[in-house]
Design a binder for this molecule. Structure first.
Ligand code: HEM
Length: 437
C-alpha cells in the first residue's frame, strides 16, 4: 500500500448503523401485510429473513416461470424465475434497460427527487455504461488479481489467527465483515484504521429496505454526504500525485475519466463499495453456514483441497448473495408468449435460476465437485456481469485455502439471524465454533 496522509474524520456523525436504524423503525412499524399475501409475491422480505423462499420459487418454475404480480409493496412486476429466461433478458440490454431513468436495477423505485443522485454505471445503458465500466475494469484483470493475492492472503491469515478456538463467536462480524472491508481497503488503498467506515456507509447506501422507511431517507442523505466529504479528501490527495496502483488513483488517471465529472466518480466509487461489500460478506458467511449444513461435502473438501476453486463457485451459486436484479422494458414485446408492455418492470430472480432443476441437479444441495457450478447466475450475465467477480472469487478461494492450511473447521452452533430483504440475501449474525480436523 502507498503511504497514506491522515483524513480528517472530525465532522463525521455518530449515527447508528443502517441495520440498527431499520430494526428500530420496524419495531415501531410492524409489517403485517406479509402474512396473507399472494404467494407469488416474492418481494416480501419475510420470505428471506425466515428462509421460506424455496417453495414459492419452485412452484413458479414448475407452473409459471414468467408471471406477473399485479399488486405488491413495490407495485406491479414480472417474476422471471428460470435460468434460460434470465439469460435471454440480460442478453438484450437495449430492450430491457438498467438505466436509472427507466427505473434502475432493483425492485424498489428510485427516489423521485433526483438532485442527490449518484450516477452509477450499473444503472446505465450503452453507450455510457461502456465508457464508465472501462475506468474500473483494468483493476480486476487476472494480472491485477495476482498482484493483490499476497496481501489478501496475509490479511486473511491475520484474521484467522486472531480467532478463538473452541469458543463461540460471531462469524459475520469477526470474519466476513472484517475480511470484506480489508479487501476493499486494499483495493482502494483506503486508510486502514478507518476501514469499518466502508461497511457503515455501504449499509446506508445499499439497503433497499430503507425505502420502506421514508423518515430514514434524510439520515441516509446526511451519511452519504459525509462519505462524499471523506472521498473528496482522498481525491484531493491523489489527483495531483503520481499515479499509484490503487483503484481510486487508477480511476482519476484513466483516459475515460475525462468524460466523468466528480459526481459520477463518486457514484462509481460508491457502486464499487456497495457492490463488493454485502455480496462478498455473505458469500464468506455461506462458507461457514453451507458447509455446516453438508458435513459429508465439507469432509470431501477437507480431504481434497484441489476442489477449492470449484467449491467457491458452488458456494456462490448456493448462497446467491443478491437475490435479484431488475430490468425495465423499453418497448412492447413478446417474452416467450407473454405480452410485456413498455415500462413494465422485470425482476430477474437469480436466487431461483440458481435452483433451476433443468440446469442444476439436486440444486438445494451444496456439491463441492458439481461439474457445472460455474453456470451459476450469481454474478449476472451479459454486459453488466459483475466486474468484481474475480476479486470475490480470489478472496473466497484464499479464505478456504488458509482455513485448510490451518486444518480449521467451522461449525454453526445456534440459530442465525438473516437479512430481512428481497435484494441482499445473507446473514446478520452467525454463532460458530472453530475446531481442528
Ligand atoms: C455487478 C453480484 C462482488 C462490483 C454485479 C451484478 C451482480 C453482482 C448480480 C449485476 C449483474 C447484472 O446486472 O447482470 C456480485 C456478487 C459478488 C460481487 C454475488 C460476490 C460474491 C463484487 C465485488 C465488486 C463488485 C468484489 C468490486 C469491488 C460490481 C460492479 C458491478 C457489479 C461495479 C456493475 C457492473 C456493470 O454494470 O457493468 N455484481 N458482485 N462486485 N458488481 Fe458485483
Amino acid at each position: 500500500m502507498a503511504s497514506q496522509a491522515a483524513i480528517d474524520t472530525s465532522g463525521l456523525t455518530k449515527a447508528p448503523t443502517a441495520v440498527e436504524a431499520l430494526k428500530n423503525w420496524y419495531s415501531n412499524n410492524p409489517q403485517t401485510e406479509e402474512e396473507d399475501a399472494n404467494p407469488r409475491d416474492v418481494s416480501r422480505a419475510v420470505l428471506y429473513s425466515k428462509d421460506l423462499w424455496r417453495a414459492p420459487f419452485a412452484e413458479m418454475r414448475a407452473n409459471a416461470p414468467i408471471n406477473k404480480v399485479e399488486d405488491s409493496f413495490y407495485g406491479p412486476y414480472w417474476n422471471i424465475t428460470s435460468h434460460k429466461v434470465i439469460q435471454h433478458v440480460e442478453a438484450l440490454p437495449e430492450l430491457f434497460s438498467s438505466d436509472i431513468s427507466n427505473g434502475g436495477i432493483t425492485i424498489a423505485e428510485p427516489p423521485e427527487e433526483r438532485e442527490f443522485d449518484m450516477p452509477m454505471f450499473i444503472a446505465m445503458d450503452r453507450p455510457k455504461h461502456t465508457g464508465q465500466r472501462r475506468t474500473v475494469a483494468p483493476a480486476f484483470t487476472p494480472a491485477k488479481m495476482k498482484d493483490m493475492e499476497a496481501e489478501i492472503r496475509a490479511r486473511t491469515g491475520e484474521v484467522l489467527d486472531s480467532l478463538p478456538w473452541d469458543e463461540e463467536f460471531d462469524w459475520v462480524d469477526k470474519v466476513s465483515i472484517e475480511l470484506t472491508t480489508g479487501m476493499l481497503a486494499i483495493l482502494f488503498d483506503f486508510p486502514w484504521d478507518d476501514r469499518r467506515l466502508l461497511t457503515f456507509w455501504s449499509d446506508w447506501a445499499g439497503d433497499v429496505e430503507l425505502t420502506r422507511a421514508r423518515e430514514l431517507e434524510e439520515k441516509r442523505r446526511e451519511i452519504l454526504f459525509e462519505m462524499g466529504g471523506y472521498f473528496m479528501q482522498l481525491w484531493n490527495q491523489r489527483v495531483n500525485a503520481e499515479p499509484t496502483p490503487d483503484l481510486i488513483s487508477m480511476m482519476i488517471h484513466s483516459e475515460a475519466m475525462n468524460d466523468m465529472d466528480f459526481h459520477e466518480f463518486m457514484g462509481n466509487l460508491v457502486l464499487l463499495i456497495v457492490g463488493g461489500n454485502d455480496t462478498t460478506r455473505n458469500s464468506m458467511s455461506a462458507v461457514a453456514y453451507g458447509l455446516t449444513q453438508f458435513p459429508e461435502q465439507r469432509a470431501k473438501l477437507q480431504q481434497n483441497p484441489d476442489l477449492i476453486p470449484n467449491a467457491v463457485q458452488e458456494i456462490i451459486r448456493w448462497q446467491t448473495p443478491l437475490s435479484h436484479m431488475r430490468r425495465t422494458a423499453t418497448e412492447d414485446t413478446d417474452l416467450f408468449g407473454h405480452e410485456i408492455k413498455k415500462g413494465d418492470k422485470l425482476i430477474l430472480w437469480y436466487i431461483s435460476a440458481n435452483r433451476d432443476e433443468e440446469v442444476f441437479e439436486d440444486a438445494d444441495q451444496i456439491i463441492v465437485d458439481r461439474p457445472n457450478a460455474r453456470r451459476n447466475l450469481s454474478f449476472g450475465y451479459g454486459i453488466h456481469r459483475c466486474v468484481g467477480a474475480r476479486l470475490a472469487e480470489l478472496q473466497l478461494r484464499v479464505l478456504l485455502e488458509e482455513m485448510a492450511a490451518r486444518r480449521m473447521q467451522v461449525d454453526v452452533t445456534g440459530p442465525v439471524e438473516r437479512v430481512h430483504a428481497c435484494f441482499v440475501h445473507g446473514y446478520r449474525e452467525m454463532p460458530v465454533k472453530i475446531s481442528k480436523y
